[in-house]
Every structure is written in structure tokens, then in C-alpha cells.
Ligand binder design. Structure first.
Ligand code: PLP
Length: 431
């Protein structure tokens, strides 16, 4: 049976990809002998076999076959500084020279905690090794604080490998008892909160869905959540692991809405493993080891010297409030240019997101909730991904981009022109 046009375009693009990457193919086969599917981080797997990078510098990455790409993925938002930033390397070397991981308190964690609490308006903070852990701890804290057991994530939300709520809950999720909220559906979600109020410990969401497609929460939705949770003694948690980069004080500061707890991750550790949860003093005080019945919060590397020292330099010297504003303005300009392009060619494509986080979707419809992108053609996402690689540009297969500080306006124009080439080449599939 003949393949449909999208399928055959995709098969051809995969062949082109494979033909140019013999070493990558070989390494993938080797990897598959010792890791299931040759993979240890699911999101990085792409067909026919994933890219394998050898080195990176600034805004460019080079694969093991010697192909060079403009990196617009920005390590799914963690790589905000670009690769091998000299000041980051210097801070990392200084940390190494001073001794790795003392098994003791040190000044580094105090300095980073001072910066993070001030910048993101938290009474108190604790560090973890990942955003997933930060969210797990924030949810656990909310359950202990309220003495209630249920949590409300949003359908289509992502808060880490064990807190993934797209297409129904992931089978590897932590076994929380969940009441699923509906992102941007004010009345349905309000009713669910009211119905479960006595058992509900926390409502958790991103103020803009990052991995979930660059979909912004409406003002009305966030206002409702803030009012309902406050009135009913439910802890409101904003996962700002990604969105904190959208404004010097995080997206909650831009919106002027204060949740009870916030979680952070990604870039805040300067590119090292990082996570943090913090907020209201009364909740965070549960972890104070000097109080009777204090909640334990373990983690061998929670205060590792590398993350603490590099994160401090990165947040104070590199991702300054001014740099943050500039970067997000660049992203806004890029999104606008992409959407102008899609309008001009009248193709079914849309660039969603805010500031430096951009997601290209294969639809022309309004995007206000996860359901608006859930049933779009995944093959068109794969095709754009492979066609952009062919033009030397690296984005996420799902169309996600997070600009680093090393991405210039000229780089953005290069993307626009590559997307225009994609549209002209694939037009019949996109209208
Ligand atoms: N929360 C959000 C919004 C994320 O995007 C991610 C990672 O992509 C996480 C949490 C999990 O962070 P980590 O991968 O560091 O565990």
C-alpha cells in the first residue's frame, strides 16, 4: 500500500538523516547493547536514531559525525548560558580546586540561597538535585502541612519523570491520589476544587505550560486558583522550573500572583544538576531539623559545591535581571516573525510560548489548552525537526526551543529562513 504524503516525506527525511550520520548510527547500536533503546533520558530519543553530540561551544553543538548545528534547544531551558561560558568554566574550576562535596555545610549554599530567595521572592528555600525532586518535596510538604492526602495537577502538565500528566497519568508516576484539574477551564476546575476541598493538599501547575506546549495560563484561571486555594487552605504550588526564566523574578512576579510554594530547577544551578523548592516560611519551617517532628529532606548532593558555586556566579553575574529582559525580548521578536511567516504562507503552523521559550505547533487553531495541541500530527513535528537538522539547526522534536544568551538576532533570522525553506518545500503537507 502506498504511504500517505506525510509518511513518505518523513521516511525520506529519516533516510537523509541516517545517510549523513554513520558514526552516530554505529554508536547507537553500541548504546542499545547496554541501555534499553540506547537511551537513558526518554525525551532525547528520536527516530531513526538520536543525535549524539561530541562537543559544544556558545550556541553551537557538533555531533560525532562532525555535523555542526545552531543550538536552539538550549537543553530544554537549562542551557540558558550557552555552552562553555568562560565565567561558568572559571567558577566550576574554582569549585573543583577548593574541594568537591565536603559532606558538610558550607558558604556556597548560603550564598545561592540568599540570591534565589531574593530574586524569586521566597521566604525560605531548600535545594535538591532536580526539578522532579523539587516538585516531589513541595507536594510532600503540602500534604504534611495540610494533613490532607490528594493533589491536583493539571491534565497535560509536566512536573518531572514521576509527575507526568499528559495523555492520562504516566505508569511510572509517584502514586499520589490525584484529582485532575483542567488547564484554563475556570469553572470545571473551580468545581473540582470545591468538591475535593476537604482532601486536597495542593494544586500544582506551571503558570505557562513549558514542555506541555508553551500554553499560557489565563489571568482568570490563575486568579480563580489563587482565590479558591486561599479560601480553602490548599497549598498553591507554581512549578517555575522553566518559567522562572521569563522574568527577572519568575513568571509569578511578572503576573503579580504569589503562590504559597514555588519550585525551581534547570538553569538556576548554572548548568549543573539543580532543583529547589521554597516559599512560605510556615510551610518551609516543617523541615527545620531543630524542631520536634521535623520532616526529613535527604539528598547526598543537595548542597554539592559545584552547583552551589556555579549557580551563584551564573545568577549574579550572567543571567542578571537585565540579561533576562533582553533575552525574552529577543524571543518575543522571533515568535512574532515566525507567526508572521505562517500567516503569510497560510500554513497550519503556530509559534506558542512566551519570551525566550517558543514552541512551533503543526496547527493554525487557537492554542489555549493542552487539548488544542494533543491531536496535532506528530509526524509533522518529526518532519520539521529532521528538516531543521538538515539545515544545521537543532530544536526539540516536539518543536520546543529555549534561547540561550549566546543566540543572536542573526541566529533567530537564520531559523526563520530555515523554517521558510521548510514551508516552501513541504507546503502541500501544511495547508
Ligand atoms: N518541572 C518542569 C516544568 C519541567 O519542565 C521539568 C523538566 O523538564 C521538571 C519539572 C523536571 O526537572 P528535572 O528534569 O530537573 O527533574
Amino acid at each position: 500500500m502506498a504511504l500517505d504524503p506525510v509518511e513518505s516525506a518523513l521516511e525520506e527525511a529519516k533516510s537523509v538523516f541516517a545517510a549523513k550520520r554513520p558514526k552516530t548510527r554505529e554508536m547507537h547500536a553500541r548504546a542499545a547493547e547496554v541501555m534499553p533503546g540506547g537511551n537513558t533520558r526518554t525525551v532525547l530519543f528520536t527516530a531513526p536514531f538520536p543525535l549524539r553530540v561530541e562537543r559544544a561551544e556558545g550556541a553551537s553543538v557538533t555531533d560525532i559525525d562532525g555535523n555542526i548545528y545552531l543550538d536552539l534547544l538550549g537543553e530544554y531551558s537549562a542551557g540558558i548560558y550557552g555552552h562553555s561560558h568562560p565565567r561558568i568554566l572559571e567558577a566550576a574550576r574554582a569549585a573543583l580546586d577548593n574541594g568537591l562535596n565536603f559532606g558538610a555545610h558550607h558558604e556556597g549554599e548560603v550564598k545561592l540561597a540568599e540570591v534565589v530567595t531574593e530574586r524569586f521572592n521566597l521566604d525560605m528555600v531548600r535545594f535538591t538535585n532536580s526539578g522532579t525532586e523539587a516538585n516531589m518535596m513541595a507536594l510532600a510538604a503540602a500534604r504534611c502541612f495540610t494533613g490532607r492526602s490528594k493533589i491536583m495537577p493539571m491534565e497535560g502538565g509536566y512536573h518531572g519523570g514521576t509527575l507526568y500528566f499528559s495523555h492520562g497519568a504516566s505508569p511510572v508516576n509517584a502514586p499520589f491520589d490525584c484529582v485532575m484539574g483542567q488547564y484554563n477551564d475556570v469553572e470545571t476546575t473551580r468545581a473540582l476544587i470545591a468538591q475535593h476541598a476537604d482532601d486536597l493538599a495542593a494544586v500544582i501547575l506551571e503558570p505557562m505550560l513549558g514542555g506541555g506546549g508553551g500554553i499560557s495560563a489565563s489571568r482568570a484561571f490563575l486568579d480563580m486558583l489563587r482565590a479558591e486555594t486561599k479560601a480553602r487552605g490548599i497549598v498553591l504550588i507554581f512549578d517555575e522550573v522553566m518559567t522562572s526564566r521569563l522574568h527577572p523574578g519568575g513568571l509569578s512576579a511578572k503576573l503579580g500572583i504569589e503562590p504559597d510554594l514555588k519550585t525551581l530547577g534547570k538553569y538556576v544551578g548554572g548548568g549543573m544538576s539543580f532543583g529547589a523548592f521554597g516559599g512560605q516560611r510556615e510551610i518551609m519551617a516543617l523541615f527545620d531539623p531543630t524542631s520536634p517532628n521535623a520532616l526529613p529532606h535527604a539528598g547526598t548532593f543537595n548542597n554539592n559545591t559545584l552547583t552551589m558555586r556555579v549557580g551563584h556566579v551564573a545568577m549574579t553575574e550572567i543571567f542578571t535581571p537585565e540579561a533576562c529582559v533582553d533575552l525574552n525580548a529577543r524571543g518575543d521578536r522571533l515568535r512574532e516573525k515566525l507567526n508572521d511567516l505562517f500567516m503569510r504562507y497560510q500554513v497550519k503552523m503556530k509559534a506558542a510560548g512566551q519570551g525566550s521559550m517558543i514552541v512551533i505547533h503543526p496547527t493554525a487553531a487557537d492554542i489555549t489548552a493542552p487539548k488544542d495541541v494533543e491531536h496535532t500530527d506528530k509526524r509533522l513535528r518529526q518532519l520539521l525537526f529532521l528538516d531543521l537538522l538538515e539545515q544545521g539547526i537543532y530544536v526539540a522534536e516536539r518543536g520546543f526551543m529555549a534561547l540561550s544568551l549566546k543566540v543572536t538576532d542573526a541566529d533567530c533570522d537564520r531559523l526563520v529562513s530555515a523554517v521558510e525553506d521548510y514551508i516552501t518545500k513541504r507546503r502541500e503537507l501544511l495547508v
